[in-house]
Design a protein around this ligand. Structure first.
Ligand SMILES: [Zn+2]
Length: 143
């Protein structure tokens, strides 16, 4: 590889990193708006989200309850669709901001999962199709 090819790859990697962070910032702002539409005030100053290169187990994201920081597995994130990125980040913010715990079951529309607070990401097309239901369930859980 000549030095110009290496430079281009480096710039591409940097641009990619910036795009990922921009996408995270965009989703955090969107989460705040979605929360407000459901009557929940979210203060993003106490929350952060970043990509990490590995977890000790097979997970793809987590909320660090000590720092209230969301950590997302980079190699999963860069391949995920916008819908899956949203589902995962909203799940982790459910822990970090809304103090939600996991909720399993299939009480959602058409027998689909009850909540995005289940333990693993589910079909992201289903999530987007029933997004209104899943956001209501996420933000209005206590009612
Ligand atoms: Zn979780």
């Amino acid at each position: 590889m000549n030095k110009y090819a290496a430079l281009i790859l480096l710039l591409a990697a940097l641009a990619c990193g910036r795009d990922n962070q921009a996408r995270i910032v965009e989703l955090l702002a969107q989460f705040k708006q979605d929360a407000a539409r459901h009557g929940v005030a979210v203060d993003l100053r106490t929350t952060s989200a970043r990509l990490v290169d590995s977890f000790h187990d097979g997970r793809v994201g987590q909320c660090n309850l000590d720092t209230r920081g969301v950590e997302l597995l980079r190699r999963w994130w860069v391949r995920a669709s916008n819908a899956c990125q949203e589902q995962l980040l909203y799940h982790e913010l459910g822990h970090c901001i809304l103090d939600r715990t996991h909720l399993s079951g299939y009480q959602g529309p058409q027998g689909f999962p009850t909540s995005i607070m289940r333990r693993s990401v589910f079909n992201c097309d289903v999530y987007m199709h029933y997004r209104a239901y899943y956001l209501r369930e996420l933000f209005r859980f206590k009612e």
